[in-house]
Ligand binder design. Structure first.
Ligand code: SF4
Length: 286
């Protein structure tokens, strides 16, 4: 059984709850997926909770259904767009915690825990912080996978109780970053440096997108930047793939990289070696 693909979509389970009717606050949020037995979202075996909403629109996004903050309809594959499912459900902290706690035995045995991802989980900062605090009270290891694109005071306050930050760095050039993600990168670097100053444990995540992020100049600038900080010695390479193609079709949104070939094994190895040249520990896939 491939545990990584054993996804639990809460849309069905929670569809009886009224969604999007109440304002978001610290006790409820909108999630769009729960992934059990995740092996690439931090150390050990993890449960990954995907929170809806993202300020970016990356060309290579593998979770386009996570970009919109509110729940949305998505046609069901093979039904000629006649039947739809709702992506995103309002869930309480207690509901999410109950789901997380089902797998504590796996976390304990593997050094794992829970990862909050998205979208951008800081879009639901109050909900995220409550979950982080409650996990800490239960001795459950937490990781937050973030773009770093959030108001600095909110990011600092929210991530204080997190054990590990999986921080995405994509493109060093400001114009290219704006072009391929929809936002500039200045705030992202500033926020990363705030987290470093807070002594947070951080792993950098780098999406390997042929022709966009894999350019030599980008990799060398990124590696040199990371090496300025003693606390940053680990980087996860996330190779582009086509697993999200069907979701773009179903959502009827442009899939700009539809024709792009995923990186070859040789390219992945070359990029890995480039980062290793800077004495960075490189994990492929996270
Ligand atoms: S930051 Fe992540 S979730 Fe948001 S658009 Fe980019 S790839 Fe998608």
């Amino acid at each position: 059984m491939d545990y990584v693909h054993n996804l639990i979509n809460w849309s069905d389970e929670l569809s009886t709850l009224k969604m999007n009717a109440k304002p978001l606050h610290s006790e409820t949020g909108i999630i769009f997926k729960i992934k059990k037995y995740a092996l690439h979202d931090g150390p050990g075996i993890r449960t990954t909770i995907f929170l809806k909403g993202c300020p970016m629109v990356c060309w290579w996004c593998h979770n386009p259904e996570g970009q919109q903050r509110s729940p949305q309809n998505m046609p069901i594959e093979g039904t000629n767009h006649c039947r739809e499912e709702i992506i995103g459900c309002q869930a309480s902290v207690e509901q999410v915690l109950a789901e997380i706690e089902k797998d504590v035995i796996f976390y304990d045995d593997s050094g794992g825990g829970v990862t909050f991802s998205g979208g951008e989980p800081l879009m639901q900062a109050a909900f995220l912080k409550t979950l982080l605090v409650k996990c800490r009270q239960r001795d459950i290891h937490t990781a937050v996978d973030t773009t770093g694109y959030a108001p600095t005071p909110i990011m600092i306050d929210t991530l204080q109780p997190a054990d590990l930050i999986l921080f995405d760095l994509k493109i060093m050039d400001a114009n290219d970053h704006q072009r391929y993600t929809g936002v500039t990168n200045t705030l992202i670097f500033e926020n990363l440096e705030h987290l470093i100053a807070m002594d947070k444990r951080i792993r950098i995540r780098f999406p390997l997108i042929p022709g966009i992020t894999d350019r030599d100049a980008n990799i060398h600038r990124l590696a040199k930047y990371i090496c300025r900080f003693d606390g940053l010695r680990e980087i996860d390479l996330l190779p582009y793939h086509h697993n999200a193609d069907a979701k773009y079709n179903r959502l009827n949104i442009p899939n700009r990289l539809k024709e792009l070939q995923p990186p070859s094994k040789a390219l992945v190895q070359t990029v890995k070696e480039r980062f290793e040249h800077y004495e960075l520990r490189v994990n492929i896939g996270g």
